[in-house]
Design a protein around this ligand. Structure first.
Ligand code: ATR
Length: 270
């Protein structure tokens, strides 16, 4: 039963049963003494908009959006923030004055996790971004706002990498390369491909890793991913996407409630 006396939030996706968002937001709400309810909503693959509109009629105040609906959410919004516009995708919705407004907190989640939790300041650093799909696009602007020395994008299809370069080149030094031609060492290597899902190792030269390199997989799983295991073997530091997930949730919570939740305990809880 939905308790209409408290503010309603949800995460909408398909599948959704595995989502950690209800747990994260319940912790944030308890910790900051915010009276709200947050649940997981399964939307039919062809029924995202109907699910959102029903949720609004049921008293919904805001929602997170996860796979495969981030693009649908972007298209559904009456207004989007500049960050969501750059990402071309929306993961956070709120409803005000009969309008649906969207933002994207994924990129902020990533850079907050790297800077605050992994203690890596990205200013003047070399970044290697593996992948040029939706996940990569979503983090480009927040990464560039950290003023790295450069970002080199490596992707199977160079066409997609060039698209990213053309979209973001006014914000910093960008270039692209094939995996096998990647040159030099990097301070940060981000896996934004979906290769980890298929347990495939990317053909990245071993020489990209130094002992100080942070190899960051945007995916998270109970076990280290293949990408992380390989980087560990080569002596690099590794991190998975758990911190990014926690920090993007914290940012959504802040957008909705105006209160910034504490994330340290959640980060340490696994
Ligand atoms: P997402 O929203 O997760 O980014 P996507 O937009 O489909 O999903 O992008 C998937 C990314 O993973 C792409 O960069 C894709 O490379 P291509 O653009 O060349 O298809 C990359 N990818 C997926 N599987 C891969 C693999 N086995 N090896 C290398 N790159 C892979």
């Amino acid at each position: 039963m939905v308790n209409r006396k408290v503010d309603q939030y949800a995460v909408i996706g398909n599948p959704i049963a595995h989502s950690k968002s209800p747990y994260l937001h319940a912790v944030f709400a308890r910790q900051s003494q915010q009276n709200l309810s947050y649940r997981a909503l399964l939307a039919p693959l062809n029924g995202f908009e109907a699910t959102v509109r029903q949720f609004i009629r049921d008293g919904g105040r805001g929602a997170n959006v996860t796979l495969p609906f981030k693009l649908d959410a972007f298209n559904l919004c009456d207004e989007v923030t500049p960050g969501a516009s750059a990402a071309g995708a929306v993961n956070t919705l709120w409803f005000k004055n009969k309008k649906i407004v969207g933002d994207n907190t994924d990129g902020i989640g990533l850079v907050t996790d790297i800077a605050r939790n992994a203690y890596l300041c990205l200013q003047n650093k070399r970044i290697l971004l593996l992948g040029a799909g939706g996940a990569a696009r979503g983090v480009m602007l927040p990464l560039l706002e950290c003023q790295p020395a450069e970002i080199i994008i490596a992707n199977r299809s160079s066409e997609k990498a060039w698209k990213l370069i053309n979209q973001f080149k006014q914000f910093g030094k960008l270039s692209c390369t094939e995996f096998k031609d990647i040159q030099g060492q990097f301070d940060l290597v981000i896996n934004a491909t979906s290769a980890s899902i298929a347990a495939q190792l990317l053909p990245v030269p071993d020489s990209v890793y130094a002992p100080t390199t942070l190899a960051y997989d945007m995916m998270y799983a109970d076990q280290p991913t293949l990408f992380m295991k390989h980087a560990t073997k080569l002596g690099a530091q590794t991190r998975d996407g758990w911190g990014m997930l926690v920090e993007q949730a914290a940012e959504s919570f802040y957008l909705w409630r105006g209160v910034r939740p504490e994330t340290a305990k959640l980060l340490a809880s696994r």
